[in-house]
Design a binder for this molecule. Structure first.
Ligand SMILES: Nc1ncnc2c1ncn2[C@@H]1O[C@H](COP(=O)(O)OP(=O)(O)O[C@H]2O[C@H](CO)[C@@H](O)[C@H](O)[C@H]2O)[C@@H](O)[C@H]1O
Length: 660
């Protein structure tokens, strides 16, 4: 009986009979599932009272009595028709089954019907496209089918960024919004007491507090919101996101409570589409969650375990996007009880370390692995290049998850990331002193001189300048650079690196300082995370070196090619997919390719590739310029990637939910 009541409440919410007026004018009466589930599980029983339903305006839709739904529907249909004729306030978007999927402003007939979100997104695309849209060219940039998309991510630039995840979750949402989707990005509201906090000043408290069951307590979280570039940027606010350091740790290492912080993010992200009346109305249940990396990995598990059993989110889908399989969110098994999941779901996250990885004789190796939970519950799995999609199904690249990933191969795809071609544009980049393009490369030479001057290197336009930008991480292969530097410095080259150090890496900082002293005229190491400097290095260098051990996609090689900087990369993952190895004999001797890929990952093969590149730079100027131009002319826009994403959205929605 009690469960029946829950079902009934849910069917109120799911019904297409929801009055759109009730939806938009009474958002404050909407009820999220966390508060429902809190009530539901008191004393271990389901105890939703009928009075709760009416008291809250019938929950999500503000429907007072579901038994009246038919008559309401008829009245609404008439009103809708009338309003559409007159070009009145709101209209309903329905899917093929009649479910309400969005509300939109309806201009008087005769004008192009684009909702306000799309309008603003289109505004950012420049006047020409806007005009074309009004002329009916809308179809060219709009997706055939549009979705309510919810990105869940630990970082989204410019609000928060430590690496490529921040870049992707900054650009892709805007491009999808521009193509007509309704897009929300949910990430934490990090405040660390530095100037970075000002990134959040445009986001306002939406005055919604929810309590999520997490770590044995009910945690209250707030939501902040900023609507920008057609995207609803939603920031989950909780004291655990306010502390000095970067997003994940400080000089003492990773924060000890990261599992807690990101569990909270996942619970809040599942509630956000239900409880936040963004622009006057909620996203509702029919969403597509884009779950980025382990930090967001509990989302599909929550959908399957906490919501679907009660009829909520049964039309939602989740797509796990793996940016880096090396980080999986593994914690001791005992922490499972903290995650707010039903006990019987332990198996989904269960993880046992192989014997060799255990720390002592009594260590049973039992753990919970959040990324594994996402892999076994998500509807589809994506990663950020085709090459990496294959690599993660192999023993070498699977980090213990290869068999599981292989078992889901049928729903596993790779889509190469795009780049923000507005932010990364050598003809207008605000961080570089001189601008240039494929038609006129002279500005690049001036950028090089400017950087040499800025870093106190001898100004030598003819000397090949090699760059490296990255986090100090085993993945990025900086140890290989360290071994190779003495030999490389014997050559007539200069080398600049910008490295963001993690914690406990004084070795590398010391090494860079020592290298600067030893190779005073040739080597500079910049320690820290500085976006303007990364732009200047990208623009000024002749060669960008990326000896990554593995690289799911890699963005720096894409930025480099766009700036006419020739990449020399290890042939792995997305690097192999995006950098075409130079072949001087192809194209009737005019050459083809955009850089050099080397393999195996050894000091010798890296140096050999670098020497070939240096020789080409010195002795074959026209070949070099052709290489630069080919890279600059490649299409790395997000538009191309977004079309592939939409294909995957469609596949996700064709299939029933993986876990029902
Ligand atoms: N010291 C520094 N100062 C300033 N900026 C710095 C910097 N160090 C790095 N950056 C910037 O951070 C970004 C790093 O991009 P990567 O593609 O290398 O991502 P990362 O390995 O973090 O992410 C993972 O996710 C991305 C996105 O999917 C994948 O491309 C990648 O292969 C995968 O490992 C670039 O924008 C780069 O310019």
């Amino acid at each position: 009986m009690e469960s029946l009541q829950v079902t009934r409440l849910m069917s109120c919410k799911l019904s297409a009979n929801i009055s759109h007026k009730a939806c938009s004018f009474r958002p404050s009466r909407q009820l999220g599932f966390s508060s429902l589930s809190r009530r539901s599980f008191q004393n271990g029983k389901l105890t939703v009272a009928r009075s709760d339903i009416t008291e809250n305006g019938g929950g999500f839709g503000g429907l007072d009595d579901s038994s009246n739904s038919n008559s309401i529907e008829e009245e609404d249909d008439e009103e809708e028709e009338e309003e559409e004729k007159n070009g009145l306030m709101l209209g309903l978007d329905r899917d093929d089954c009649g479910s309400v999927i969005a509300l939109q402003l309806i201009p008087p007939s005769g004008e192009v019907a684009i909702n306000s979100h799309q309008d603003e997104a289109a505004d950012t695309k420049g006047e020409d496209e806007g005009i074309e849209e009004e002329k009916g060219g809308e179809a060219e940039i709009q997706s055939r089918v549009t979705y309510n998309i919810v990105f869940v991510t630990a970082e989204a630039a410019p609000y928060s960024k430590t690496g490529g995840l921040g870049d992707v979750c900054s650009s892709l949402p805007g491009v999808l919004a521009g193509r007509g989707h309704r897009v929300m990005v949910v990430s934490p509201r990090y405040l660390n007491g530095t100037s970075a906090d000002k990134n959040f000043t445009g986001a306002y408290d939406v005055d919604r507090r929810i309590k999520v069951p997490c770590f044995g307590e009910e945690q209250e979280v707030a939501f902040f919101h900023e609507y920008k570039k057609g995207v609803d940027w939603v920031f989950v606010d909780h004291p655990s996101y306010h502390r000095p350091g970067n997003l994940y740790g400080d000089s003492h290492g990773a924060f000890g409570d990261n599992q807690f912080r990101f569990t909270l993010l996942c619970h809040a992200a599942c509630e956000a589409p239900l409880v936040l009346p963004l622009g006057g109305y909620t996203y509702g249940e029919k969403c597509l969650f884009l779950v980025n990396d382990w930090h967001a990995g509990l989302v599909p598990v929550l959908l399957a375990s906490k919501y679907r059993p009660f009829g909520i989110y049964k039309d939602a889908r989740s797509i796990l996007v793996i940016h880096n399989l090396a980080h999986q969110g593994v914690e001791p098994a005992a922490s499972f009880k903290n995650l707010g999941l039903p006990l019987e779901w332990y198996g989904a996250l269960e993880w046992v370390f192989p014997t060799w990885a255990r720390t002592h004789a009594l260590d049973t190796g039992e753990a919970v692995n959040i990324l594994k939970g996402a892999i076994v519950t998500a509807d589809r799995i994506l990663t950020v290049s085709k090459g990496y999609a294959w690599e993660i199904t192999t023993v070498e690249g699977g980090y213990g998850l290869n068999e599981l990933l292989s078992s889901r191969r049928i729903v596993l795809n790779g889509i190469v990331n795009g780049i923000d071609v507005t932010e990364w544009d050598p003809s207008s980049d605000e961080h570089i002193s001189f601008h240039y393009s494929a038609d006129d490369l002279s500005g690049k030479a001036r950028c090089k001189t400017a950087l040499q001057q800025e870093l106190g290197l001898p100004i030598r336009p003819e000397c090949p300048l090699i760059g490296f930008i990255g986090r100090l991480d085993y993945q990025k292969g900086i140890d290989l650079i360290r071994w190779a530097i003495p030999e490389l410095m014997e050559d007539n080259v200069q080398f600049v690196s910008e490295v963001m150090l993690g914690s406990g890496d004084p070795l590398y900082e010391d090494w860079m300082r020592a290298a600067e002293k030893t190779y005073r005229d040739k080597f500079r190491g910049w320690v820290g995370f500085n976006v303007p400097i990364s732009h200047r290095i990208t623009a000024s260098c002749d060669i960008l070196l990326m000896p990554s051990r593995f690289e799911p996609c890699g963005l720096n090689q894409l930025y480099a090619m766009r700036y006419g900087t020739v990449p020399v990369v290890h042939a792995t993952g997305g690097l192999r997919d995006t950098v075409e190895n130079f072949n001087p004999y192809a194209g009737d001797g005019s050459g083809e390719g955009t850089g050099w890929t080397f393999s195996p990952l050894t000091k010798e093969s890296m140096l050999e590739a670098l020497r070939t590149a240096i020789m080409t730079y010195r002795d074959h100027k026209s070949t070099w310029e052709a290489l630069m131009r080919r890279g600059m002319q490649r299409d790395f826009t997000w538009e191309t990637a977004a079309i592939h994403y939409e294909q995957v959205f469609e596949w996700a929605c064709i299939d029933p939910p993986y876990i029902t």
